[in-house]
Design a protein around this ligand. Structure first.
Ligand code: GRF
Length: 201
């Protein structure tokens, strides 16, 4: 049974999808901790309901970014997780943290990478006028949203879509894609080969 640690900063609907997939036996893992940088995150309540311990590393309470990163690194090491799951973690992780867990950290991004990296990916997609959008689950490396891709799901973009319409349509797919990718990891079926991720049958 794998140990999963989740990092989330906000409402935590992807975190909830992971909790539910573990509870229903779809992901063979235990979620050992929620780590958050935001004491007001709704994800904290979701953890409470699921009996998952919470570690708050409040960015605002540290004198420097380095001090915050050291506390975060310590909390992550303490979790002794097989996989670190970034579920709407809204800070860019320092390279020391990223390098500490090579091949052991995944993120979900609400765009078909490598298009629309960074913040407000759904808004970027609407403004660009793309006809297809979606989400990407990928391993985390030093680049911004650039690590090896595990899986992607796509959705159509409608002519009248605003940012929120598209975000809602993508979010439904995120809640399918993220548990699926985490399940594959927990079943030891993912192999990183250069830029690619092979999925074993
Ligand atoms: C999601 O759109 C995810 O793709 C992005 O941040 C958002 C988090 O939403 N990284 P939630 O907190 O999981 O509801």
């Amino acid at each position: 049974m794998k140990r999963i640690a989740v990092l989330a900063s906000g409402r935590g609907s992807n975190f909830q999808a992971v909790i539910d997939a573990i509870a229903s036996g779809k992901i063979p893992a235990a979620c050992v901790v929620l780590i958050t940088d935001n004491p007001g995150a709704y994800a904290i309540e979701r953890a409470g309901k699921a009996g998952i311990p919470v570690k708050i590393i409040d960015f605002a309470s540290f004198p420097t970014r380095e001090a915050y990163e050291q506390a975060l690194l310590a909390a992550m090491e303490e979790a002794r997780a097989d996989l670190y799951v970034l579920a709407g973690y809204m800070r860019i992780l320092g390279s020391e943290v990223v390098r500490a867990f090579p091949g052991k950290m995944v993120n979900i991004h609400p765009a078909l990478l490598p298009s629309f990296t960074g913040l407000h990916a759904q808004r970027q997609a609407v403004l660009h006028g793309v006809k297809v959008a979606g989400c990407t689950v990928h391993f985390v490396d030093d680049s911004l949203d650039g690590g090896p891709i595990i899986l992607q799901k796509c959705v159509p973009v409608m002519d009248d879509d605003g940012e929120d319409d598209l975000a809602d349509r993508i979010l439904e797919q995120e809640h399918i894609a993220f548990p699926e990718a985490i399940r594959l990891f927990c079943e030891n079926r993912l192999e990183i080969v250069g830029r690619k991720v092979r999925v074993r049958k």
